[in-house]
Design a protein around this ligand. Structure first.
Ligand code: AMP
Length: 316
């Protein structure tokens, strides 16, 4: 079992209607790795500055995450993102993005990273996603995330990156924007025609949908009464999804039942992530809590088929 993630490792400043935090451990690779670490061995590929200290590394190491492929740039500053959410938590404003050491990020993969079986290409420049994908020759299952910025400024490179992965895991709005197709089912099909056999459409507080060649599955988001910070929900979802897939044999990776459970573990991890700011909730999560919420997902999405009887005297 080995899962590699490449993506941002950051300090986030986040404001929501429920509070504000100045110096949160964040970044797509961080949220992904913490979630996936409950299911498998995770190796992060990324870059940080000297401000990324023992405390931050300890948060990752305490979950068994391998950071040998995280480059520390001497005298550099880590990626910084400042965002704000209103009462509609699906709607966020970016106040500031300071790329810092991330600006000249050139992923350098150790031999161990190149040997990985599973790969998650977090939201970075699409040409770098393609480069990392091509370095990992033994990958059996790979997934990719992106964002509107790359759809607008590097569309063709993003299409090339998508061609090389098994799963495109994007927000529903991004799937529509990328394909120029307003109907989500048709848009997902267009993406599958490029190469991926699976498309996952993340729909924020409405959950997530899974499209494969001939099946469809969807889950609502877990009905939480307390959501403090949605940052990283998508990456936590991806971490739960790929982490769970890594616990399976090669012939099971296209099994619809396995993919459905991966969707559920993804939704479970996303639901925990948003309960507190940054990585605070996932950091103190237990496997028992994950198992319990998985069961609750089964319960809230289950229904019996009871044949409908036409009441006497009514017409068809
Ligand atoms: P998500 O909420 O899943 O979109 O991911 C949130 C994380 O992405 C935050 O922790 C940010 O540090 C990071 N982030 C924000 N903007 C960017 C960007 N342009 N490139 C890479 N990562 C970013």
């Amino acid at each position: 079992m080995s899962l590699v993630v490449v993506g941002s490792i950051a300090f986030d400043r986040v404001k929501t209607p429920f509070g504000e935090r100045e110096h949160l451990l964040g970044g797509a690779a961080t949220h992904f790795a913490l979630a996936a670490s409950f299911f498998t061995e995770v190796r992060m590929v990324g870059v940080v500055g000297e401000d990324f200290g023992d405390e931050e590394f300890e948060t990752l190491h305490s979950r068994g995450i391998n950071t040998e492929d995280v480059e520390v740039v001497k005298g550099g500053k880590s990626f910084f993102w400042h965002g704000e959410y209103g009462y509609d938590l699906n709607d966020r404003k970016t106040h500031d993005t300071q790329l810092n050491v991330f600006e000249n990020f050139e992923p350098k993969l150790s031999d161990a990273a190149k040997e990985c079986r599973m790969l998650f290409l977090g939201n970075i420049v699409p040409s770098l996603q393609s480069r990392v994908r091509s370095l990992c020759k033994k990958v059996e299952f790979s997934a990719l995330d992106s964002m509107n910025l790359w759809i607008e400024t590097a569309h063709d490179d993003l299409v090339e990156a998508i061609k090389a992965v098994d799963v495109a895991m994007l927000n529903d709005a991004e799937i529509r924007q990328l394909t120029g197709e307003p109907n989500l089912a048709r848009a997902a099909r267009k993406i599958m025609q490029l190469g991926p056999t699976v498309v996952v459409a993340k729909q924020g507080e409405y959950g997530a949908a899974l499209f494969t060649g001939d099946t469809f599955f969807a889950l609502p988001a877990y009905p939480l009464e307390t959501v403090l910070d949605p940052t990283g929900a998508g990456d936590s979802f991806a971490g739960g999804f790929l982490g769970y897939m890594d616990a399976h044999e090669s012939h099971e990776l296209s099994d619809d039942a396995v993919l459905r459970r991966a969707m559920t573990y993804g939704s479970v991890m996303a639901s925990f992530n948003v309960e507190e700011f940054g990585t605070e909730r996932v950091h103190k999560l237990t496997s028992d809590e994950i198992t319990e919420r998985f069961r609750q997902f089964k319960q809230i999405t289950h229904f019996e088929e009871i044949p409908f009887k036409q009441p006497a005297g009514t017409t068809r």
